[in-house]
Design a protein around this ligand. Structure first.
Ligand SMILES: [Zn+2]
Length: 348
């Protein structure tokens, strides 16, 4: 059976059904070998999501997990030493997380945390992670059309993901701050999600790849980038061949999410990477598979990811997880506490 790791998923919303089995069907139906579930501070705090994904891993020990640093309830400007970004990072690694996920470069979250990815508190975190060789998966920016009411797609407008009222950082500002992270920490094991939203400017990525040996991008849509892959097929065919060691498969599937849509994304991305066949893309036109060699497919589908985070997921340290829950319970809402309680009882 072919090996395939979905390197980028979320459980970001409480559902009524058994949340700990939420990806069982997906794994079975699509023959996905392993998942990497990433905590994000949307709809619940990073603390709540960290605890939830750690419990998921206790139930499914073959899963990778990436944790988030709590910077909404513990603002960057006033972090006490025993809860600063580095302390939290070390605690997460002690629990058995496989890396760190940041959503703080997504414009709406970026605004909440003070619009600065180069804040001294975060620089300390990048430095510690660079020294340890720990993987950082970062969502930075959004499609450039989200800053333009004329060009923004309806679904983005409806999700509140348009940034035209002057209170958000610009695409260029967030891009610049992200590149500054690499300038300051050139060996950081950094994966920029969604192709760093550079479908229209891949030469920028080529420049960064030449400077930073541990930089990758993931291939989670970002529908707009798949339209660019289709429009500039021969350029991108060369690009994927040349940079196959810098590209990582993922779907950004989320619970609660639309299963049908999630399966469609999986089929689109895998057909593109793993075949020479056409498939309907986001603009409803045919996107032709890249017809890569088996080695290059394997790099993208799992090899690049496991080289960054390890051949096997790390094991959960129950004692460290219990300590984390006690220490950070102030960052949980009553609702999160009520939802987590039976799961903690059952799995921890
Ligand atoms: Zn995501």
């Amino acid at each position: 059976m072919r090996k395939i790791i979905d390197s980028h998923l979320h459980i970001s919303k409480w559902g009524e059904d058994d949340i700990i089995s939420c990806f069982d069907n997906y794994k079975r139906e699509k023959n996905v070998s392993t998942l990497n579930i990433c905590a994000i501070p949307l709809r619940m705090s990073n603390v709540a999501n960290n605890i939830l994904v750690a419990l998921y891993k206790l139930a499914h020990p073959d899963t990778y997990i990436h944790g988030g640093i709590e910077i909404v309830n513990i603002p960057l400007d006033n972090m006490p030493a025993d809860m600063n970004a580095v302390t939290q990072y070390k605690e997460l690694m002690e629990i058995g997380f496989d890396g760190i996920k940041m959503l703080e470069g997504k414009p709406n979250v970026h605004k909440i945390v003070g619009k600065n990815l180069n804040h001294p508190s975060l620089n300390m975190l990048y430095k510690a992670m660079e020294e340890d060789g720990t993987h950082l998966l970062m969502h930075s920016n959004d499609p450039d059309e989200f800053w333009d009411t004329e060009r923004a797609p309806d679904w983005a407008v409806n999700a509140g993901w348009t940034y035209t009222d002057g209170t958000f950082s610009s695409y260029e500002e967030i891009q610049g701050q992200t590149i500054k992270i690499l300038e300051d920490h050139p060996n950081l094991s950094l994966t920029l999600a969604h192709f760093f939203f550079c479908g229209k400017t891949p030469e920028l990525l080529e420049g960064l790849f030449s400077l930073y040996p541990n930089l990758c991008v993931d291939l989670t849509p970002g529908g707009e980038m798949y339209v660019e892959f289709e429009k500039n097929y021969s350029y991108y065919k060369d690009f994927f061949n040349k940079y196959s060691k810098r590209l990582i498969f993922g779907t950004d599937r989320a619970y609660l999410g639309d299963e049908k849509y999630g399966n469609w994304i999986f089929d689109l991305v895998t057909t593109f990477i793993d075949t020479d066949k056409p498939t309907k893309s986001f603009d409803n036109k045919d996107l032709l598979g890249l017809d890569l060699s088996q080695d290059k497919r394997n790099d993208i589908l799992f090899g690049n990811f496991t080289r960054r985070v390890g051949e096997k997921p790390r094991t959960i340290n129950r004692e460290a997880l219990r300590k984390y829950i006690d220490k950070y319970s102030f960052a949980l809402t009553e609702y999160d506490k009520e939802k987590l309680k039976p799961l903690i009882k059952k799995y921890l």
